[in-house]
Design a protein around this ligand. Structure first.
Ligand code: FES
Length: 106
């Protein structure tokens, strides 16, 4: 199974295996990680799954879609590498992905 390393705002790392086809948000929520709530269940409608994608992985995760970019525009801490983790679906190519959670989400 591909692995994602989730890093909390305080630097705590959580390496988690996330099944292919599941979202990065689902991997965090199903494992009870702090920092990703996923309040809307992955409908791209809440932005409580906001993460910063490690720069080395940006080319593989791609850019936000139109609706996602619109939601991110409401996130006070959004940066160029921001994504909604419910919109990143795990594939073998994302094995080793690193994401960081914003300080506001904990
Ligand atoms: S879970 Fe709500 S926008 Fe991602």
């Amino acid at each position: 199974m591909p692995q994602v390393t989730y890093i909390e705002h305080d630097g705590t790392e959580h390496p988690i295996e996330v099944e292919e086809g599941l979202s990065v948000m689902r991997g965090a929520v199903d494992n009870g990680l702090p920092g990703i709530d996923g309040d809307c269940g992955g409908e791209c409608a809440c932005a409580t799954c906001h993460v910063f994608v490690d720069e080395a992985w940006l080319a593989k995760t791609g850019l936000p879609g139109e609706q996602e970019a619109s939601m991110l525009s409401f996130a006070a801490t959004a940066q160029p590498n921001s994504r909604l983790s419910c919109q990143i679906v795990m594939t073998p190519a994302l094995d080793g992905l690193v994401v960081r959670m914003p300080e506001a989400q904990h």
